[in-house]
Write a protein that binds this ligand. Sequence first.
Ligand SMILES: CC(C)(COP(=O)(O)OP(=O)(O)OC[C@H]1O[C@@H](n2cnc3c(N)ncnc32)[C@H](O)[C@@H]1OP(=O)(O)O)[C@@H](O)C(=O)NCCC(=O)NCCS
Length: 180
Amino acid sequence: MLTGSKIALRARHEEDIPILRTELYDDVVNAARSEGRPWRPITPGAKDSRLVVDDDEQARVPFSVVELDGGALAGTATLWKIDSHNRSAHIGLGLLPSCRGKGYGTDVVAVLCHYGFVVRSLQRLQIETLSDNAAMLRAAERNGFVREGVLRSSAWVMGEFLDEVLLGLLVKDWKPDPSV
Ligand SMILES: CC(C)(COP(=O)(O)OP(=O)(O)OC[C@H]1O[C@@H](n2cnc3c(N)ncnc32)[C@H](O)[C@@H]1OP(=O)(O)O)[C@@H](O)C(=O)NCCC(=O)NCCS
């Protein structure tokens, strides 16, 4: 388990799955804004890769996010597209609606940076998010990510093309959060 100041990242548990399916992936707008592919429902019991972890998959490490105080499930966090030649990876996260706006997202990014840079010896982490996702942009920038470009009209979201912002952080510029 990896801990921050407010949250921890642990393995996916069986009992997390129905909560994540109902609160995150059955929310069509949230899924359309977060996933980059068309929404479709996840059948209960299906081995969907968004929920069920394949421990043999080397390029993707999914975590469940839990509150440090009490251990309640708070969302998901993923290090994905791990490239061991270029020593880079992407990060992604999604919090349950009741867990947003409490500083958890900023803390999750800090813990994913610790995992990527310290545990996995990566040298570059990357985030793509919609240009109107103020909370994600702020959570990234608070951890030292810098805006590297705008991908114009790159995301089809609920009837319109939206811009995405690409942010990157290099290990040499990373200032570890002392609470992680
Ligand atoms: C995006 C997300 C991960 C951010 O996590 P969070 O816990 O809500 O964000 P935090 O509470 O850490 O806030 C980060 C910053 O954004 C600000 N913020 C939070 N919610 C905001 C909102 N709705 N609008 C504008 N700013 C907001 C906070 O004030 C904070 O700024 P500060 O550091 O200056 O105080 C979370 O809201 C979420 O899961 N959203 C839905 C899924 C999603 O968008 N995932 C990302 C896909 S790339």
